[in-house]
Design a protein around this ligand. Structure first.
Ligand SMILES: Nc1ncnc2c1ncn2[C@@H]1O[C@H](COP(=O)(O)OP(=O)(O)OP(=O)(O)O)[C@@H](O)[C@H]1O
Ligand SMILES: [Mg+2]
Length: 502
């Protein structure tokens, strides 16, 4: 069988050789001779492929072996069976293989050896079977060839292999993956750098190692509990979502001023659910089709994040602005002073709405979508309506409950005589958790609780003073407002009483 494979590989290379000869002929021979020779070689070529096709059929007819292939992709979607087989084979044969690749897992604690060979033999219930990895030779752009695993076994073992062995491989892979589980943080590559439909070129990833958890997240404890319960209910909700006929996905909108913990909460969500994170950069995506393709390439159990959604693309006003600019400067985009994004990214609001909630969004399951913004009011209501963004979470200034979490995290204290004073000051000030945390951070090796809390008290007092100053400045520089308030107030007084006061 293997010998046969080699023969066909040789035949393939002779076809490639003939093609090369054809190309060379075009350069060196006069037209007449060239055409005759070309016709002759093409006829040979056709004979070869015809012979190969028929012999392939004959071999498979008489062969006692059966082959099953597992391609890397099924249509647009990544074939999870391919990864499972890769994991299983790497683990299984790393003790016997002669060529290995090494990678680190879980906080540099262990080293994983992965097989770097293309033919691997396996055994199941005393039966021999063979796995072959085929990788495309060319890496040309839009190359539709893809890697695949081929399993070869004797036809007498058909039942056992298809019913028992393949299930065993998938179960083993699941267990190995759970043992070595490394969550990944993906980011989308600029669309120009993609290579065909290959997932690894659409998304790049690193190991996700953010230490934030809900325990370390400073916010109102009731709100925190509500979010945790919601996430857990979602992750266990497979049957429930199927019963109500809804795609198994959930949207969270995190909004609030900078430094209130929106990005930190995403990390806490990923750590709680044990999901991968896909950080989607909208501005580098060319159009809605590419956006959809990126969505299809995300794995199950993932959080898709669109940070600062109000700044990513001017989705609502964009088309109007473009039109106005184009009308001003006829049709030349450079004359119209359009930025690079405006010229290249054609992602529209409707494209984004479909991405989150359209018919394609139901392909693949167990997905959480998170938007973050500093300006909720700037977003199109359609983008954040329930069903798209199911839960709206306000991340706000640091109040006493949130402060207690930070004090515990940073200083290991749960009470102190300055806590009462800090509580009062936090009520009056508008300090975000990021600034409170900075004050609580020890500036030396020795943790000095007293001086850290003193620092915070001083910062809060400064913040309150500044707030008061700004308020008084506003009042001084707005005489017209004062006047209008007075007019409003005056108009509320009944005319009779006004008359009497005059
Ligand atoms: N609620 C919080 N709990 C714990 N740490 C916080 C919290 N908010 C902010 N921090 C700390 O402040 C830093 C900045 O917070 P983060 O990046 O999450 O803010 P953000 O709301 O995403 O800000 P931006 O709107 O600017 O993106 C974090 O690294 C974290 O250490
Ligand atoms: Mg952020």
């Amino acid at each position: 069988m293997m010998m046969m494979g080699k023969t066909w590989a040789e035949m393939g290379s002779s076809i490639a050789g003939l093609m090369f000869v054809l190309a060379t002929l075009q350069q060196f021979f006069p037209h007449q001779l060239r055409t005759t020779l070309q016709e002759f070689l093409l006829a040979k070529l056709q004979q070869l492929s015809f012979v190969q096709k028929w012999s392939d059929r004959m071999v498979s007819f008489f062969s006692p072996h059966i082959c099953i292939t597992f391609p890397e992709f099924c249509g647009y979607q990544y074939n999870e069976a391919f990864t499972a087989i890769e994991t299983y084979l790497s683990f299984k044969s790393s003790s016997k293989a002669k060529q290995l690749k090494a990678s680190l897992v879980k906080d540099f604690k262990s080293l994983v050896l992965v097989v770097d060979e293309n033919d691997i033999a396996d055994e199941f219930n005393g039966f021999k079977l063979w796995w072959t990895l085929s990788v495309p030779k060319t890496q040309a752009v839009y190359n539709e060839e893809m890697s695949y695993y081929k399993l070869t076994f004797h036809r007498h073992q058909r039942e056992i292999i298809t019913k028992q062995y393949l299930n065993y491989v998938l179960e083993e892979a699941k267990e190995i993956q759970a043992r070595n589980s490394q969550r990944k943080l993906y980011t989308n590559n600029p669309s120009g750098s993609w290579n065909g439909y290959k997932r690894r070129y659409m998304w790049s990833h690193i190991v996700f190692e953010h230490p934030a958890t809900f325990q370390t997240l400073a916010m109102d404890p009731k709100k925190k509990e509500e979010i945790i319960n919601d996430l857990i209910a979602f992750s266990k909700g497979k049957e429930y979502y199927a019963k109500i006929g809804k795609a198994w996905k959930r949207g969270y909108l995190l909004y609030g001023p900078p430094g209130t913990g929106k990005s930190t909460m995403i990390a806490a969500m990923a750590n709680l659910l044990n999901y991968d994170v896909y950080d989607l950069e909208l501005t580098t995506i060319r159009d809605n089709t590419e956006l959809r393709r990126l969505l299809m390439e995300t794995s199950r159990k993932s959080i898709i994040v669109l940070e600062d959604i109000d700044c990513s693309l001017d989705l609502t006003g964009r088309r109007k602005k473009m039109k106005e600019k184009m009308e001003d400067k006829e049709t030349d985009p450079t004359k119209a002073g359009l930025t690079e994004n405006e010229e290249t990214s054609k992602v529209t609001l409707s494209g984004l709405l479909n991405f989150i909630d359209g018919i394609w969004s139901a392909c693949g399951s167990e997905r959480v979508i998170v938007f973050t913004t500093n300006h909720k009011e700037k977003l199109d209501p359609a983008l954040i309506r329930r069903g798209r963004m199911d839960m709206h979470i306000e991340m706000s200034y640091c109040k006493f409950e949130a402060f207690k979490v930070l004090a515990k995290n940073y200083l290991d204290v749960e009470s102190h005589n300055l806590f009462g004073k800090i509580k009062g000051l936090l009520e009056e000030s508008n300090m975000v958790p990021a600034d409170v945390a900075e004050n609580l951070m020890s500036k030396s090796d020795i943790k000095d609780v007293e001086s850290c809390l003193e620092n915070l008290v001083q910062s809060l007092e400064r913040d309150i003073k500044q707030k008061a100053k700004l308020k008084s400045e506003k009042n001084v520089f707005r005489p017209r407002h004062k006047f209008s308030y007075w007019v409003k107030f005056r108009n509320k007084i009944p005319t009779s009483s006004r008359m009497s006061t005059v």
